[in-house]
Design a protein around this ligand. Sequence first.
Ligand code: PMP
Length: 351
Amino acid sequence: MTAFASDGTALAAHPVLPRKAGIIETIGATPLVALDRLFPPARFQVYAKCERFNPGGSIKDRAASSMIEHALRTGRLVPGVSTVVESTSGNLGIALAQLCNFYRLGLICVVDPRTTTQNAAIMRAYGARVESVGRDPATGEYLPARIDRVRRLLDSVPHAYWPNQYANEHNARAHHATMREICQALPGGPDYLFVAAGTCGTLRGCAEYISGHGLGTSVVAVDAAGSAIFGPPEPWERRYERMIPGHGAAVVPPLLQPGLADRVVKVADADCVRGCRRLLAHESILAGGSSGAVVSALHDAASWIEPGATCVAVLPDGGDRYLDTIYDDQWVQAFFPELAPDIQHTQYPTH
Ligand code: PMP
């Protein structure tokens, strides 16, 4: 039997990855769940692709395995010798930490103070070194400071390798498989695909699969209000300081290409929280912030989606990594007092 890497390349012939075995084998093949309680199917049908079922807990397992396995296959990474260096604060760091442990590679994650102590602890538990940087003195931003530290580490750490998730095509290629799985479950593909955008790896990989297979699926990219991915923020977005990590970016990712998305929807943090709380209240799904954004975008799309359409919403991670924010009533009340009714909605009497 031929084994395949996450980007679809056959692994069998390669000496470094003779076969895919162990926990890494369980990346992908995530379940597609009907959200009939939240979106009554009489109007249009919504399915959720639940990426929290990946072994590292998020969609970034796919991107991490695709990038690392490509570097192993091409000899750029050597087990027992190389160290991976990446700027990442959350899901990719955890995904890389598991993979680097599995393939016996070193890992240094460059983070900033917004990284939760729990996420950093998970990375360390897998054996990663976590280095936190402050703001860049010139711009006051974290991102340039993180990239600067990555570059210094590449100069000083022997056999260091930077996957550079924002520009690495193997990040995007991982999601040919994501879309292939969706099409295996829904032959011909859904009418609409709702996907959150950060590095744009998911967006690009799914869109490439759709155009490459001549499918009629319309791609809806879900971005954060205040993000710069699809152009400078509009005046109404400028008052938002983005608090919910995952989707959105302060720069235009090199992976983004014109025409990948048929439509872009921008969602404010309050609506992410509302979407998460609704998903929990109606579907008993504890999901992360970008999943809430996708659900919120779907609610708004009810005005333009034609009756009888089939939609797939990619839910990138679970809610366990957001217990101190999105699922903390006091945090929500402090930052989004307008959401009080949604909070009550998720509270049921205990007998
Ligand atoms: N949601 C979450 C929770 C994420 O961690 C990410 C990755 N940063 C995204 C959405 C965006 O995915 P992508 O990087 O593939 O655009």
